[in-house]
Design a binder for this molecule. Structure first.
Ligand code: BGC
Length: 391
């Protein structure tokens, strides 16, 4: 038979991924299991059987997945709130946080070799001016696709084929941290944008506040610390707790909102130059404005597909923003430069705090236990839950 599992033998029907074309299936009869959902349908997460990828083509690598991270976005996709299947498919393979090892490379590949450890970038560009220059995280047209989220199958499967332009080399010495590269890239993008935006004036920031002590919040804490900020990480749970321990091991201060509400942080800490919001709660941004210092900047990173509503003291918020020359902006996704900065920071983290960042990975599950992993990610005790395919 010629044709892929989706186009049922019809030669020439374009598939969502090159390796799903007819030729590929003829060469690779073997199938593998993947975690998939029907986007828009809550509770549809399941194991599906898909073909093993074919040999990589020019400019591509075949990657064996070692770990796939679970994050809030995966929980929202499995809850039917977010996500889109690849064109023509009625399912989406989940997973946008990945770490793996190159098994094979296609012709003309010189930047990676079998045995290299890699993390994959999430977003694939469209043809807009920003995407064309590699800034797909700033896509203006909106026709981008994202692995495991929107229009492209993700990494919760044993193998994938990807263009090497979308893979980032992770040093072998950092392989225990590789699955954190994607959330770290989100933080790096936020900080890179803060630096660019604050170029609007002479700026000597000293104090950063991170709202949220999940993986993004803790990685942001680490990046602010290595960047020399006096850093305060704020979360709900009072001390002592394991997140507070991690924050303190990085030389930052942990504060609980039960003692200091977000809107009171400015009064408690004095001038706050930067706030990075990573709580997953869209309402927190409006409270944070009350604590931002003069000329300060508030970076929002939470993707919040819910419909939470709050009453906002609009004039007060507006007045603070205007009289304080403040900037509030959103940051999503990341491009190659942010992943590469993340690799450099992983090295610094390990030198400064050996073994600390690895403690962000609190739970590991085999691929087949994906349901338990998704559940565990919603547990307050979990920081980063990963599917471990390394066996
Ligand atoms: C991912 C980003 C992605 C965003 C929006 C986040 O969870 O980390 O890479 O761009 O969701 O889909």
């Amino acid at each position: 038979m010629r044709g892929c599992y989706r186009c049922s033998g019809t030669v020439g029907v374009p598939c969502s991924e090159r390796y799903e074309t007819g030729e590929a299936v003829v060469q690779q009869a073997d199938r593998m299991q993947a975690v998939a959902v029907t986007p828009g349908r809550a509770g549809s997460a399941r194991l599906v059987e898909v073909p093993q990828p074919a040999a990589p083509g020019p400019g591509e690598a075949l990657v064996r997945v070692l770990q796939a991270g679970v994050c809030g976005t995966d929980v929202e996709i499995t809850g039917g709130l977010y996500g889109a299947a690849p064109a023509g498919d009625d399912f989406l393979i989940l997973g946008h946080e990945s770490f793996g090892v190159v098994e094979d490379v296609g012709p003309d590949v010189h930047d990676l070799a079998p045995g290299d450890y890699v993390a994959a970038m999430v977003r694939h560009p469209d043809d807009c001016p920003n995407c064309r220059r590699g800034e797909w995280d700033m896509c203006i047209k909106g026709d981008y696709r994202e692995r495991g989220i929107r229009g492209l199958h993700g990494f919760m499967r044993p193998y994938y084929v990807e263009r090497t332009s979308h893979l980032v080399l992770v040093p072998a010495a950092r392989r225990t941290l590789g699955v954190l590269m994607e959330p770290l890239s989100i933080v790096e993008k936020g900080l890179a944008q803060i630096a660019r935006i604050q170029d609007r004036m002479h700026w000597e920031p000293t104090t950063a506040v991170v709202l949220g002590a999940g993986p993004i919040g803790l990685l942001a804490t680490a990046v602010f610390r290595v960047s020399g900020y006096r850093t305060f990480t704020v979360a709900r749970t009072p001390r002592p707790n394991s997140r507070a321990d991690l924050v303190e091991q990085m030389g930052a201060v942990y504060l609980s909102t039960q003692e200091t509400p977000v809107s009171e942080l400015g009064r408690a800490l004095g001038q706050i130059d930067v706030i990075l919001e990573a709580t997953g709660n869209g309402a927190v941004a409006f409270e944070a404005v009350h604590s931002l210092g003069t000329n300060g900047i508030l970076c929002l990173t939470s993707v919040t597909p819910g419909d939470r509503r709050v009453e906002v003291p609009a004039d007060t918020v507006n007045m603070r923003l205007v009289l304080g020359n403040m900037a509030v902006f959103g940051a999503v996704n990341a491009n190659r430069s942010h992943f590469e900065q993340g690799v450099r920071h992983l090295e610094m983290f390990e030198q400064l705090w050996p073994g600390v960042i690895a403690r962000l990975i609190t739970h590991r599950f085999p691929l087949a236990d994906f349901a338990a992993a998704l559940e565990q990610q919603q547990d307050r005790e979990s920081i980063k839950v990963v599917l471990d395919l390394a066996g």
